[in-house]
Write a protein that binds this ligand. Structure first.
Ligand code: ADP
Length: 324
């Protein structure tokens, strides 16, 4: 359904260089440099207020940098010949005329860029809104509005997609759908850049990650490397209650970090699960559970940003640790 973008993929980089935006005395984006490459999903991670939306607005020419630059395919957004065909964006899913139907909204966008009307049906199919084509925007759930926003972003079949918190308002099935869609768009050679404060979502979706806090770059790396480099290994250990104190003392005498786990048992850092198991055997202690765990992206991010974090919305209820 989508045109193959692989050949033009080298053109589709987003490059920010010392990008800075100040509003009065407040610096929203602070000398930010990063590159977003085609063929990958790149997550843009940061707490609320970190400067993600401002950065995206600067990429899309909706705001002017105080200093520095950001380009798409080597040009500023306002220098692009046919922006909608080159960069698709979803910033605010509710920014649609409430009385307009789904189809009319998309048709209007298509007409404004000389895009054939049949493309409307293609994108409606791509986002699963065929049966809602005649519904008015004001009657859409937030999840449906997000799908409409993605359809609008795709209408010009662009090589670059910029999506601000696209899973907001989606249910579990919708989140899974979005993840699959974004990955397939990247696999076609497109540049997919999406922001989120939902760490667990990016962990599953993104190949690369650009992490910011208070407008500054904290990390720009492969998602896997980011997690591996930053996550202290830990092991969930459960032992019989009456041996628990002995086990803890033994581990601490070997320099291990031991703290109670929220779900019961001990969370041990330092020795590997194998070493813990051997130690227990040497001392004749029973082990009921020994599970190696890796910190989640959320743990790592929280550790990195420390008190810089302004967020912690009610949606941040993701699992703390995931089994390896
Ligand atoms: P995020 O998208 O990561 O939540 P934003 O880019 O929305 O962060 O905001 C970054 C900072 O810039 C915040 O402190 C916000 O209050 C401020 N900010 C954003 N837009 C404006 C504006 N138009 N005027 C003044 N301050 C702004």
């Amino acid at each position: 359904m989508f045109r193959a973008c692989v050949l033009r993929s080298v053109e589709n980089m987003i490059e920010a260089r010392e990008l800075t935006k100040r509003y009065g005395g407040r610096t929203a984006v602070d000398a930010l440099s990063f590159t977003v490459r085609p063929g990958l999903v790149t997550g843009f991670l940061g707490p609320n207020g970190a400067g993600k939306s401002t950065t995206m607005r600067l990429v899309l020419g909706l705001d002017t940098p105080t200093a520095g630059s950001v380009t798409v395919a080597g040009r500023r957004y306002d220098e692009l010949d046919a922006p909608l065909r080159e960069v698709g964006a979803l910033l605010d899913a509710r920014a649609v005329h409430p009385g307009r139907t789904v189809r009319r909204h998309l048709l209007g966008l298509a007409r404004s860029h000389a895009i054939p009307a049949r493309r409307v049906d293609e994108v409606l199919g791509a986002v699963g809104l065929e049966t809602a084509a005649d519904r008015r925007a004001k009657g859409l759930s937030l999840g449906m509005a997000q799908r409409l926003g993605v359809a609008a972003a795709l209408i010009g079949d662009p090589g670059v997609l910029i999506l601000d918190e696209p899973v907001n308002g989606l249910d579990t099935e919708g989140i899974r759908w979005m993840r699959t869609l974004l990955k397939s768009l990247a696999a076609e050679g497109r540049t997919v850049f999406l922001s989120s404060h939902l760490m667990s979502e990016l962990e599953l979706t993104a190949d690369r990650v650009v992490v910011i806090g208070r407008g500054r770059l904290l990390a720009e790396t492969d998602m896997r490397d980011f997690i591996d480099a930053n996550s202290p290994d830990s092991t969930l250990l459960r032992v019989p209650d009456d041996e628990s104190g002995r086990m803890r003392a033994l581990l601490e005498s070997r320099g291990a970090g031991v703290r109670p786990d929220a779900g019961g048992g001990w969370r041990v850092t330092g020795p590997t699960a194998t070493v813990i198991g051997e130690l227990a055997r040497e001392h004749g202690l029973a082990v009921h559970e020994l599970t190696p765990c890796r910190s989640s992206l959320e743990d790592i991010y929280t550790a990195m940003t420390g008190e810089a974090v302004e967020y912690r919305g009610s949606t941040d209820t993701d699992d703390k640790e995931v089994p390896r």
